[in-house]
Design a protein around this ligand. Sequence first.
Ligand code: SF4
Length: 342
Amino acid sequence: MDQKVSPEYIQTSLAASLTLGFQEGSFHRNAKLKGLNLLLHYEEGCLGRCHFCGLSRSRREDPKGKTFIRVDWPLYLLEEIIQRAKGKDQIHRVCISMITHPRALEDTFYVIQRIREETDLYISVLISPTLIHHENSLDSMKKVGADRVGIAIDAATPELFDQLRGKGVGGPHQWAHYWEVVRMSVNVFGRFQAGIHLIVGLGETEREMMETIQRGQDLGAHTHLFSFFPEKGSPMEKHSPPSLGQYRRIQIARWIINEDLGSSSQMKFDEKGRLIDFGMDIHPLIQMREPFMTSGCPGRDGKVACNRPYGNERPSGPIRNFPFMPEREDIEKIKEQMGMLE
Ligand code: SF4
């Protein structure tokens, strides 16, 4: 039977599909995608069972209806994606998400190599640490053409990680191993050439989130921030997203740490672990606007290329990660969300 699976076929985010002209449509407020997100695809799906993920095997919905970080992932021929990406100056970077599957590592090498042969795009890999046991695998990714990797730690504490991704759901992932792979990645790709993904709102306190962002920073990995959104049909569909106030505080505090303006030890938290003092005046950072933009791997201009338009929210809802520079009126709303308007 003719199966449409990787590496010949690969999924793209809906945003990538629109940008490459596979589908018609434009983005709310004319956001422009700068990074193409691709996702390996197999009939068996991902072998992980992460509680919050739209790809999880514990999800109830029909596989055809699956979503992943809140967007649809249509399937196309890799060669056609490459041909369409070729002349698009708007695109700076491509990211290959591995998923946890026995063939994923080998197929990732192939996909990196094909993109490297045909385009001058920067290449990130969102790796599956559970499949990585030696630095050799990372070395090979670098040799065939990747310049960065991301590690989706997602849950900010070992307890939440275990509960949502590990033993608690009968899943294969292990917190300590994920951090070991962060260390290996920094070793192979260089300081701040590896990044970690963290999802705000899985049940961690703001203090715990900031301590984990600091841990990444100390190891040489910036944080790429996501806001939890309940995937329909996933076991966490009834869990609420974090409040906008919480998300804004974490965005600013992440900026402070990743830009090396301060550290989590200088921040103060209340008895519930809520951030009450950033250790510096945040008004200039709010006026600067950039801390509220999507955090991710950079493009040719050194600015974030992986801007994931509307990956965390409905276009109609308040924007959490701005895929463009927020406007002055967005900043007024942000101040309101942070309870900062007199
Ligand atoms: S930030 Fe974007 S480009 Fe970088 S690893 Fe994560 S998903 Fe990929």
